[in-house]
Design a protein around this ligand. Structure first.
Ligand SMILES: Nc1nc2c(ncn2[C@@H]2O[C@H](COP(=O)(O)OP(=O)(O)OP(=O)(O)O)[C@@H](O)[C@H]2O)c(=O)[nH]1
Length: 436
C-alpha cells in the first residue's frame, strides 16, 4: 500500500484498461467547481527572513562567566588559553572568577526567573498527536493554499487531458517549487498513470496527480528519525546565516531537557559577533549549559572543550552551533573537518548527526544550499525551518527526491516548542488540504 492509500484511503476504483488511446482520456471539464482565487499574498511569495537578536529583559540576566578550557594538542596545533567572555550588558568577569577547569553544571546558573512567555521550560511537555497534527496543518496552510490555488486554476483551464495538458501540468509543478527534474519525472509518471487509471473527471485527474506525488514521496525510504546514541549523542548544526540554526538548537535543547536528558550546547560560531550571545540566551531559556569561546577564536577549540566537558560531566546530548560561511567553501570545509577530527578522536562514531538547516521560505535556493553544503561535509539530515511562514513547503518533496537526504525536523514557528519531527503523513496531509 502506498503512502497515499495510508493517508487518504483507497485509490480511484477504475478498471485498468489495456490498449487505451489518448482519446479515451478526453473529458468534459465544463462542470468544474468555481476555482478559488489565488491568494495574492501567496503569489508575492518570498518572505525575507531577518536574523534578529532575541529580546531579553536586562534585569533577568544573571552574571555569566563562560570559560573555554585550555588544551594542548600538538597534532591539531591550536593555541588556546582560558578566556572569559563578557556577555553584552552583563558585568565583565575578572580573571579571579575564571575557574581552572570548565565549571560544573550548576542549577544556580539558570536564571531564577524565566520570562513569562516561555512557561514550558520547567514543565515536561508531551504533545498530544492531535496537537502536532494541528500544528502541521496550520503551518502548511500557506503552502497548501498556493499549491491548491495553482492546481485548481490549472485544471479549470482544460477541457481534455491531452499533450498540452501535461505540458501545462509540468509548468505548474515547477512553479510550485517542486523543481525541474522532479516536475519532468512526475509528469512522465502521470501521463502513464492517468492513462492506466482511465481518469475521466476533474476529480479523478486531480486525485491521480496527488496520489502519484504522495506515493513517490513515500517511496523515498529515507530514515527520518534522529539518531540517538548512548552515552553521548553529538549533533553538529550547519547552514548559512539566518536560516534558523540557533533557534533550532534552542528548541531541540528544550525538548531533550524535557525528556530528562542532560544537554550541553557549544557555541562554535565564533565568527559572527552576536551569534554566541544568541545561543547563550537560548541556553537560558531551555535551562541547559553551554560552552563558548572568544570571538574569532578557533571554533574547533570550543568543540574540544565541549566534547571533553560532555564526557567528564556525563551529558547525554551535545548540540554544536557552527558558522555557515558558504562564501568561503575551503575555509568552511577545513573548519568542519577539524571539528570532525576533534570529535572523532574522543567519540569515533560521532558526530551522530550533521544537520543542515534550510529556510523553507527561500524555495529553490534552499536546494542549492543543500547541494553546496553536501559538497563541503557529509550531511545526515535536514532541518527545514520557517515552514509556518512559507508558501514553498513543497520543496521538501524535491529535497528528499533529488538530494536523497532525509528531512528530520521541521520548524513550525519561533516559540520554544515549535519544532517537530518530520512526519511524512502529516506533511502530505497538510500540503494537500486545500486540494482534496
Ligand atoms: N517563523 C519562524 N521563524 C523562525 C523559525 N526558526 C527560526 N526562525 C527565525 O529566524 C530568524 C533567524 O534564526 P536564527 O536561529 O538566528 O538563525 P541562524 O541560522 O542561527 O543565524 P546566524 O546565527 O546568523 O547564523 C530568527 O528571527 C528566528 O526567530 C521557524 O521555524 N519559524
Amino acid at each position: 500500500m502506498g503512502l497515499f492509500d495510508k493517508i487518504f484511503g483507497k485509490k480511484i476504483e477504475e478498471q485498468i484498461e489495456d490498449n487505451q488511446t489518448a482519446d479515451i482520456f478526453k473529458f468534459d471539464l465544463a462542470d468544474l467547481d468555481t476555482v478559488a482565487e489565488a491568494d495574492s499574498d501567496l503569489q508575492a511569495d518570498v518572505l525575507v527572513s531577518v536574523a534578529t537578536e532575541i529580546p531579553v529583559e536586562e534585569d533577568q540576566q544573571p552574571p555569566i562567566t563562560v570559560v573555554s578550557e585550555p588544551f594542548v594538542d600538538a597534532a591539531i596545533d591550536m593555541p588556546i588559553e582560558p578566556v572569559v567572555i563578557p556577555i553584552e550588558g552583563l558585568p565583565e568577569a575578572t580573571p579571579e572568577s575564571v575557574p581552572e577547569s570548565a565549571p560544573e553544571f550548576a542549577p544556580e546558573s539558570i536564571p531564577e526567573s524565566i520570562p513569562e512567555s516561555i512557561p514550558e521550560v520547567t514543565t515536561p511537555v508531551v504533545e498530544a498527536p492531535q496537537e502536532i497534527e494541528d500544528k502541521y496543518e496550520k503551518s502548511l496552510k500557506k503552502t497548501s493554499k498556493s499549491f491548491g490555488a495553482r492546481f485548481n486554476a490549472f485544471l479549470s483551464n482544460f477541457r481534455s487531458v491531452d499533450e498540452a495538458f501535461f505540458e501545462e501540468l509540468e509548468d505548474t509543478l515547477i512553479m510550485s517549487d517542486v523543481g525541474v527534474d522532479v516536475a519532468t519525472q512526475l509528469t512522465d509518471d502521470l501521463r502513464h498513470e492517468v492513462k492506466l487509471q482511465n481518469a475521466k473527471s476533474k476529480d479523478d485527474v486531480k486525485r491521480v496527480i496527488i496520489e502519484k506525488m504522495v506515493d513517490n514521496f513515500g517511496e523515498s525510504g529515507l530514515e527520518t528519525s534522529l539518531i540517538i546514541r548512548e552515552p553521548l549523542t553529538v549533533m553538529l548544526f550547519v547552514g548559512v546565516n539566518g536560516v534558523g540554526k540557533t533557534t533550532t538548537i534552542g528548541k531541540l535543547a528544550n525538548r531533550f531537557k524535557n525528556e530528562g536528558k542532560k544537554v550541553l550546547l557549544a557555541a562554535a560560531d565564533t565568527f559572527r559577533a552576536g551569534a554566541t550571545d544568541q545561543l547563550v540566551e537560548w541556553s537560558r531559556r531551555s535551562g541547559v549549559d553551554i560552552v563558548v569561546g572568544k570571538e574569532k577564536s578557533d571554533p574547533a577549540s570550543v568543540v574540544f572543550d565541549a566534547v571533553k566537558r560532555a564526557q567528564v560531566e556525563q551529558f547525554d546530548v551535545l548540540l554544536i552551533d557552527t558558522a555557515g560561511r558558504l562564501q568561503n567553501k575551503d575555509n568552511l570545509m577545513k573548519e568542519l573537518e577539524k571539528m570532525g577530527k576533534i570529535i572523532k578522536r574522543e567519540l569515533p562514531d560521532a558526530p551522530h548527526e550533521t544537520l543542515l538547516a534550510l529556510d523553507a521560505t527561500t524555495g529553490q535556493n534552499a536546494i542549492s544550499q543543500a547541494k553546496e553544503f553536501s559538497k563541503v561535509t557529509p550531511l545526515t539530515g535536514i532541518v527545514l525551518t520557517k515552514l509556518d511562514g512559507s508558501a514553498k513547503g513543497g520543496i521538501i518533496l524535491t529535497i528528499q527526491q533529488i538530494l536523497k537526504i532525509p528531512v528530520k525536523l521541521v520548524g513550525l514557528g519561533e516559540g520554544l516548542t515549535d519544532l517537530e519531527n518530520f512526519d511524512e503523513a502529516l506533511f502530505v496531509k497538510g500540503l494537500f488540504q486545500d486540494l482534496l
